[in-house]
Design a binder for this molecule. Structure first.
Ligand SMILES: CC(C)(COP(=O)(O)OP(=O)(O)OC[C@H]1O[C@@H](n2cnc3c(N)ncnc32)[C@H](O)[C@@H]1OP(=O)(O)O)[C@@H](O)C(=O)NCCC(=O)NCCS
Length: 292
């Protein structure tokens, strides 16, 4: 007998269940992250409280499933945190949880996202059954301090951002990453001791840029964007920029690991990252359903 209940008073049990299943690619759901700390942080960052947005399924007193959601009316999006199911009839339980979770999504949201490891084959079937088309396929790549192999410099001139290059930077960023999550202005305004924007220049000509950040508390770094002018590619500028960015991140003693996300089909960029020691940790799939 399956019982579906709100997560109130059971959040720690939920965290442990999610962290255990999420370490396995065949179950992995992207929004939760890895490990108990990540799961707690992900739940805390939701705008809808865990008590209201997350459901647990029990069978004869044993926790067998978790499904939750977060939503934001401003961006018109609901993020489906699940389903994470440990039951011989995975699909039956996933569908039952989904029917309950749908009732929690606030009115006025027209776009629902699922996000999982490519190895999560049951979620792919779930997405197809419920009309969520594949939206994106991204590789999550990481390099540790020990595995980092700086690329031998090709002599590119690399400088921290200077205001005189803003116009050229905006043009290049918009051309290389149209419609991405930070505008050129937002990037420039973020620059401080934890966010750095590096430029590859030749005189007053901008050839490329690298934007990355460090998080000393998490002992990590993240490459947000790297791009070079199309006319200047294949000359080692990308490798020089990446090396300069990683040198900066690893010059901070707390940084143990740097990660990034790249379109899984972007073989040129993946090749560049692999050359300095990055490995692919996961390939993640995003599915998005539009609803009336
Ligand atoms: C990825 C990118 C930054 C590389 O810049 P670049 O200046 O061409 O880089 P490099 O000249 O240093 O080349 C680095 C490596 O990329 C690969 N590469 C570059 N051009 C390539 C091409 N035309 N075909 C195949 N591989 C290529 C190679 O592995 C090369 O290493 P090599 O020295 O062994 O040949 C650039 O292609 C770009 O801006 N792409 C669009 C934005 C993007 O995809 N960014 C990454 C996602 S965040």
């Amino acid at each position: 007998m399956i019982q579906i209940v709100p997560s109130q008073g059971r959040v720690e049990e939920l965290v442990q269940f999610v962290a255990r299943l999420n370490s396995d690619g065949a179950h992995h759901i992207g929004f939760f992250g890895e490990g108990e700390e990540d799961v707690r942080t992900s739940l805390a960052e939701c705008s809808i409280p865990t008590d209201e947005g997350f459901l647990l399924a029990y069978e004869d007193g044993t926790l067998v499933g978790v499904f939750g959601m977060d939503a934001d009316l401003e961006v018109d999006r609901a993020w489906m945190f699940g389903p994470l199911v440990e039951h011989e009839d995975w699909h039956m339980l996933a569908d039952e949880l989904y029917a309950h979770v749908l009732k929690l999504i606030p009115a006025g949201i027209h776009s629902y996202d699922l996000f999982c490891d490519e190895q999560n084959a049951r979620l792919a079937e779930f997405a197809a059954r419920h009309g969520f088309p594949l939206q994106s396929e991204n590789a999550v790549m990481t390099v540790t301090r020990n595995d980092y192999k700086p690329h031998a410099s090709k002599g590119t001139r690399i400088i921290p951002f200077e205001g005189q290059f803003f116009g050229a930077f905006e043009t290049l960023h918009t051309a290389v990453f149209p419609g991405t999550y930070f505008t050129a202005r937002q990037i420039v305004e973020k620059v401080n001791e934890t966010y750095q924007l590096l430029l590859a220049v030749d005189g007053d000509r901008l050839l490329g840029y690298h934007f990355g950040k460090i998080d000393p508390a998490a002992k990590s770094g993240y490459v947000d964007f790297i791009g070079t002018d199309e006319s200047a590619r294949g000359r080692g500028i990308g490798a020089d920029l990446l090396t300069a960015g990683l040198d900066w991140m690893f010059s901070v003693p707390t940084t143990q690991k740097v990660s990034l996300t790249v379109n899984a089909n972007n073989q040129i960029a993946r090749g560049l990252y692999e050359k300095v020691g990055f490995i692919t940790e996961r390939v993640m799939r995003g599915y998005r359903k539009k609803v009336e």
